[in-house]
Structures are given as structure tokens and as C-alpha cells.
Design a protein around this ligand. Structure first.
Ligand SMILES: Cc1ncc(COP(=O)(O)O)c(C=O)c1O
Length: 406
């Protein structure tokens, strides 16, 4: 057997779809990959996995690309799981960890999804891909498309952080700014499918980015010795990270690889300037409404409508977690505070998670005894605008040590 995919499945109604064909949505909703986990269990164990190179492709049997096909890879993963004693001390959390995705190619967790999706697209014969982006996905897609020799078109809101303009340009994609939000960019990609003949690589509008993101959950379990933490805080935009991790935990449970079946509580963190999932969660709804006038410095979270809203909300509820909005005014201070305490390059999206974490500690929803993981989904250095650094200029002829030491 060259792969362990049993079938693809329409997430809204369970319709079985044949693997090996090109799909976007089914009934207007995402498609997910299902595996023959009994067959996986027979051929591989956690001990085998421990001997493999430290990239996300070590979980090969739980990824859709056939085993005899070379992935399109930049050597992504595994990312470090960093214990944060200084910050944990301040917050009263002795077991606080950051899983640092900023160290991945193109500086964000998006490369996990892109290595999987671009590998699959290439294998399925796609020659041209297009996607809307809040910033990081565009750079990631462009890099992997370059690696695969595919043509790539990227559409982003006009006020996307400037490093995200540079990246797709650098990697040879055709990149455009649009006078609208990410959903407007998504419409351009959808409308262009026919005249431009490209494959729509939008978040959760094809099945495989999710599989790449899933490896965050697989890695986390492996790094904790096949146990899971009590609480995970995850910045949520389109939701692939959160849904992917939850999928990983279910697959690991079914495989019998986890030492305990206790699942972590998933805390979906959004910025108050764009919090459609938080609003739907609070109202007890399964589908979210378009968030009006979306605006936040955490640009990756500026997703006013998510095609997989129900999957995000289902996962949060099934985990016993919650969805909370962080304050806009807390973003820059938390970027600085968390980065300067731990030396980790904390992006604005993760700064939102820290604000949410502080709230949950104060109201008793997160206890000091709990093991808490915050995902740092990208590098702060990709957001020069979020925390401008105006360095004082020294005159070399007149150095004043008192001023320097102040
Ligand atoms: C740094 C960062 N964090 C989080 C997100 C949200 O990701 P997801 O689509 O998995 O919810 C994004 C999306 O652009 C991002 O760039």
C-alpha cells in the first residue's frame, strides 16, 4: 500500500469522496481526509517514528501523499516546545510552554499546510495555484510553489504587513494587493478559477493544508511523551490550526498511541476587532456570522468569515474549551513583554493569546497546576508595523553614558 487514506469526506454531511482526484469544497463546505488507522497501527509505532528525521514528514503514514512520492519540502518542523519559566513565573503558571512555529520556513506555521497542500497539488497534476492571504499564507505558498515549480498567484488586503508583500515577490509569485478584506480576496480567487485555470488553495477550501497543520498536534503529543497538555491557546483566523490539531488528537486516540485519553481544552483566541468565532461561541451557535468592520493589528486574525466555522466551534466545544477575544490595546505590549522575557519572537496573533491567558488565569478558568501551551504561530519580525522600533540615534562625537544607561 502506498498510502493509508481510506477516503475523503464532506465535513458537513459525511459524504464519501474518492481519494486521488482534485477537489475544493463539497456542498460549499470543507472536505477532510480519513485514514485506515487500523492499517497504520499495523505498520508503524511511536518508537519507529522516534528514529526518523525531525521534520513533519516523519508522520508520513498519517499524511495523504503516497509513500513513493517525494514531498515538496523545505525541511519544515519539528519546532521547539519551549518551557517559559520567566513568563510562567510572572503569570503564576509553573508549566507554561510556547510551541515556537516562528522557526519554520517563511517564519510561520503556514509552511506546514503548504508543504502538504503543494505536494498534493503537484502530485495531482496542478500547474498553477492561487490564494487569498492575511499575510503569512501568501509567503508560504509562494515559497513552496517555487520549490515545486508551480505558478502562484497571491491576493492580500492592501494594508497587509509589508513583509508579506515582499515574500511572495521574492519567491517569484504574482502578488496583488486588493482594496478589501481577505474574503474579498477569496472571491477574486474563486471567480478566477475558470478564466485563469488555477487551483484554489484557500484555507480549508482544499483538503490538504489541514493535514499539514495537523502535524502541530502530532508533534506536540510526541514532544510531551505521547501525552497532551491540559490547555492549548491558539490564535484563530480561518481555523486550520485548531481544527487540524483536534483532528490529530482524535487520530492518535484511535491509534492508541496516547498514554491518556484526556484531551486538552482548546482555547480559541481572537482579537476583539475581529472575533466572529467568539461571538458565535457566546451565542451557542454552530455557524458564525460575518464580523462587521473587521480591523485588528493581529492581521492573521482578520478573517471576518471562516468557511470552516462549524468545525472550529465543534472542536472547541468537544474539547470543553472556550473562545475568548483579546484586547486590541494589549497586542503591542504583549508582543514586547513575552518576546523580551523569553527571547522568542512573539507575533501579534500570539500576543492576543497571552492577553486571553491572563484573563483566564484571573477568572480561574486556567489553574496554576495546569500544563498550558501557547502556540507562537509566526515571527514578530514579519510585523514591523505592529511594534515600531524607533531607536535613538547616537552622535559618535558625544556619547553620554548616563543617557545610554537610563
Ligand atoms: C501568524 C498567524 N497566526 C494565526 C493565524 C490564523 O490561522 P488559522 O487560519 O489556522 O486560524 C494566521 C493566519 O493567517 C497567522 O498568519
Amino acid at each position: 500500500m502506498t498510502h493509508f487514506v481510506s477516503h475523503l469526506e464532506g465535513a458537513i454531511d459525511g459524504t464519501r469522496l474518492e481519494f486521488g482526484r482534485i477537489y475544493n469544497l463539497h456542498a460549499g463546505k470543507p472536505i477532510v481526509v480519513r485514514y485506515d488507522l487500523a492499517a497504520v497501527r499495523k505498520v508503524v509505532t511511536p518508537t519507529d517514528i522516534a528514529t526518523r528525521p525531525p521534520t513533519l514528514w516523519r508522520y508520513r503514514e498519517l499524511l495523504p501523499l503516497p509513500l513513493d512520492v517525494e514531498p515538496v519540502t523545505l525541511g519544515e518542523g519539528m519546532t521547539p516546545l519551549l518551557k517559559c519559566d520567566r513568563l510562567g513565573g510572572e503569570l503564576g503558571l509553573p508549566n507554561l510552554f510556547v510551541k515556537d512555529e516562528s522557526q519554520l520556513p517563511t517564519g510561520s506555521f503556514k509552511s506546514r499546510g503548504m508543504t502538504a497542500a503543494v505536494s498534493m497539488a503537484k502530485w495531482l497534476g496542478v500547474k498553477r495555484v492561487a490564494l487569498p492571504t492575511a499575510g503569512n499564507a501568501g509567503g508560504g505558498a509562494a515559497a513552496y510553489a517555487a520549490r515545486a515549480g508551480l505558478e502562484c498567484f497571491v491576493f492580500m488586503p492592501q494594508d497587509t504587513p509589508v513583509v508579506s508583500h515582499f515574500e511572495p515577490h521574492l519567491y517569484g509569485a504574482k502578488a496583488f494587493r486588493v482594496n478589501g478584506l481577505i474574503n474579498d480576496c477569496g472571491k477574486i480567487v474563486k471567480d478566477g478559477t475558470e478564466p485563469m485555470g488555477w487551483f484554489d488553495l484557500s484555507t480549508l477550501k482544499e483538503p490538504y493544508r489541514l493535514e499539514g497543520k495537523k502535524t502541530m498536534g502530532l508533534e506536540l503529543a510526541e514532544q510531551f511523551g505521547w501525552k497532551l497538555p491540559d490547555v492549548i491557546l491558539y490564535p484563530t483566523g480561518g481555523g486550520t490550526g485548531l481544527i487540524g490539531m483536534w483532528k490529530a488528537f482524535q487520530e492518535l486516540r484511535e491509534l492508541g498511541w496516547l498514554k491518556s485519553d484526556k484531551m486538552p481544552r482548546l482555547i480559541s483566541c481572537q482579537a476583539e476587532g475581529c472575533a466572529p468565532i467568539v461571538t458565535a461561541f457566546d451565542k451557542g451557535e454552530r455557524f458564525a456570522e460575518l464580523f462587521p468592520n473587521a480591523a485588528t493589528a493581529a492581521s492573521g486574525l482578520r478573517v471576518p468569515v471562516a468557511v470552516a466555522d462549524f468545525l472550529i466551534l465543534d472542536a472547541i466545544r468537544a474539547s470543553g474549551g472556550t473562545a475568548v477575544a483579546g484586547a486590541e490595546t494589549a497586542i503591542a505590549p504583549w508582543m514586547k513583554r513575552a518576546s523580551s522575557r523569553e527571547g522568542i519572537s512573539i507575533c501579534p496573533e500570539t500576543a492576543v493569546c497571552f492577553d486571553v491567558l491572563e484573563k483566564l488565569i484571573v477568572n480561574g478558568d486556567v489553574k496554576p497546576s495546569e500544563t498550558v501551551v501557547v502556540f507562537n504561530t509566526g515571527a514578530a519580525t514579519k510585523y514591523l508595523e505592529a511594534l515600531p522600533a524607533e531607536l535613538p540615534l547616537l552622535e559618535k562625537e558625544r556619547i553620554d553614558w548616563d543617557k545610554i544607561g537610563a
